[in-house]
Design a protein around this ligand. Structure first.
Ligand SMILES: Cc1cc2nc3c(=O)[nH]c(=O)nc-3n(C[C@H](O)[C@H](O)[C@H](O)COP(=O)(O)OP(=O)(O)OC[C@H]3O[C@@H](n4cnc5c(N)ncnc54)[C@H](O)[C@@H]3O)c2cc1C
Length: 499
């Protein structure tokens, strides 16, 4: 599948080229393909290998941002949440979030009730009215020394994963007229005013081969890398991204844990969420302002110590590094004015999204955004594109239901996962890590990124790798050995340092 898309990338003049295959680029791709634009999407890594594989998977109106007075963002996100619930029911599920104020200090109950009422109103009353519960099943998980009952309100969660949600926008669209290529680097990119077309040289990072590509308009959806991409092209806009790192711990989920718990931490008006997801529950995220992308790509021992300390303060069960099943780490791209000086705590910054078109070049940059508002952002960019480059194909029907993946089982998981062959042939899956982390949740739901606490899943990984590498035992063996080494550094060593 990928080779067909790669070959097609060089064959025609596309109306639009999207750079970046996270949720922003993927939703835009789905939107443009559906409305008849010849569209090419490229990602320098795997699809969803940036921030979009590390979210909390909450489809929510952004209650927290209300505290910073960002009413407009809350209004927009609430609308997006409800639209996702309505139109993407197989991907999203309503969930009763439990907001748990601290026992001492914190906001008065009346204030919390009024805030939730306002939040509900900003969502135009489309969700259940907020309600208060002194007793609830998850109370058994909460330390009774620090918390009283819970204020409940309705939001939504992604059903499978954020990474699979990204794929959902990419896989239905096939050449001709549409192509999506992962592990594809842009070696050069020049705009020719003579023919009004961008001319690019692309490099397939897996095979080392190059090809030419052409497009009338480019949209930069590179998330936290968007500023670097603009700089590379000599493009300066009135905006940039401020960066905030977020880390989650995956802990074994207790059976009674069915609803997301939102713990009010008091400091900085921050919260910690505890979100059930398959056999794990995600505790976090951290919120750390960083200057460089390199500082935010992996968790640090201090992040883990902080998360364990907060978990031990707020949860009844005591947890240590040995209880961590998995880690998630991502960087939030927060849209700020170009001259913004980083003085504020990241949570105080607006989660707005901005779309900036260049006046003299067919180049558009997307700033900020959330998984929840991704469809609205795609719609906004689509309307902007329509003024510059009209679609050259007839529109096609909206494809919200992707075909069910061929299932297979994996030891330790009671739910089936998509088979490696299916993922290779139908979902652009190229490496063992793509399969374990983004096509399935094996690397997040089983200890040590799927290997098992004592490496007991190594044989199962080998079987998966063989299927992925088309029966080539040498390639499969090498892939598993490499994965083993990566996990030793990225997980075992890190947790050792966090003790
Ligand atoms: C800890 C955390 C928790 C979050 N939780 C939630 C949540 O619960 N709900 C919610 O709605 N939102 C949440 N978010 C926000 C949400 O995850 C992000 O807004 C969203 O994933 C950003 O998607 P994106 O496509 O803009 O960026 P990314 O996902 O980072 O995608 C950018 C892509 O561009 C590619 N790229 C970079 N440079 C180039 C280049 N030169 N050429 C080609 N490709 C390139 C990258 O490889 C990457 O795949 C959370 C974020 C974090 C960090």
């Amino acid at each position: 599948m990928r080779s067909v898309h790669w070959q097609h990338a060089g064959e025609e003049v596309f109306d639009v080229l999207i750079l970046g295959g996270g949720i922003t680029g993927a939703s835009l791709y789905g939107e443009l393909c559906r409305h008849g634009w010849r569209t090419l999407l490229l990602d320098k890594g795997d699809f969803a290998s940036g921030t979009s594989q590390s979210s909390g998977m909450m489809v929510w109106g952004g209650l927290l941002y209300l505290r910073a007075g960002d009413v407009l963002t809350v209004f927009r996100l609430s609308r997006s949440r409800d639209r996702m619930l309505e139109e993407l029911g197989s991907w999203t599920a309503p969930a009763a979030f439990h907001y748990i104020p601290p026992l001492k200090g914190g906001l008065p109950s009346l204030f919390i009730g009024a805030g939730l009422g306002l939040y509900w109103l900003l969502g135009a009353g489309r969700r259940r009215l907020p309600w208060y519960r002194r007793d609830y099943a998850e109370a058994a998980l909460v330390s009774q020394h620090v918390h009283r009952g819970a204020f409940c309100y309705e939001e939504a969660l992604l059903r499978s994963s954020d990474a699979r949600f990204v794929l959902h926008w990419l896989t239905p669209h096939q050449p001709p007229g549409r192509a999506a290529v992962n592990y594809c680097e842009v070696e050069s990119c020049d705009y020719a005013r003579s023919d009004g077309v961008w001319h690019l040289v692309l490099r397939d990072r897996l095979r080392g081969v190059t090809t030419g590509a052409r497009a009338r308009l480019i949209v930069n959806c590179a998330g936290v890398w968007a500023d670097a991409l603009n700089r590379q092209q000599g493009i300066e806009t009135p905006y940039r991204h401020a960066l905030s790192k977020g880390v989650y711990l995956g802990l074994a989920r207790a059976e009674e844990h069915r609803s997301p718990l939102i713990f009010d931490m008091g400091a900085h008006d921050d919260v910690m969420t505890y979100v059930p997801w398959g056999p794990v529950a995600l505790w976090g995220p951290t919120e750390t302002a960083i200057e460089e992308i390199g500082e935010g790509l992996t968790p640090q021992p201090a992040d883990i110590r902080f998360l364990l300390e907060t978990a031990n303060r707020h949860l009844r069960r005591k947890v240590g590094p040995e209880d961590i099943v998995s880690l998630r780490c991502g960087i939030r791209a927060l849209a700020v004015d170009r001259d913004y000086v980083a003085t504020r705590y990241p949570l105080e910054l607006s989660r707005r999204s901005i779309v900036h078109p260049e006046r003299d070049l067919p180049w558009i940059t997307a700033y900020g955004g959330k998984l929840t508002g991704s469809r609205e952002l795609a719609g906004k960019i689509g309307r902007m594109i329509r003024h510059r480059v009209p679609p050259s194909l007839p529109p096609s029907a909206l494809d919200t239901e992707t075909p069910a993946a061929a299932p297979c089982s994996f030891p330790g998981l009671d739910q089936p996962v998509a088979s490696p062959r299916w993922c290779r042939e139908r979902e652009f899956c190229c490496t063992l890590e793509d399969y374990l982390r983004r096509r399935t949740n094996i690397a997040q739901w089983l200890p040590r990124e799927g290997l098992g606490r004592n490496g007991e899943n190594r044989d199962a990984l080998l079987v998966a790798a063989r299927e992925l590498y088309d029966g080539d035992p040498a390639a499969a063996g090498e892939a598993v050995a490499r994965y083993d080494e990566t996990v030793a550094v990225r997980f075992d060593k890190l947790l050792g340092e966090a003790v």
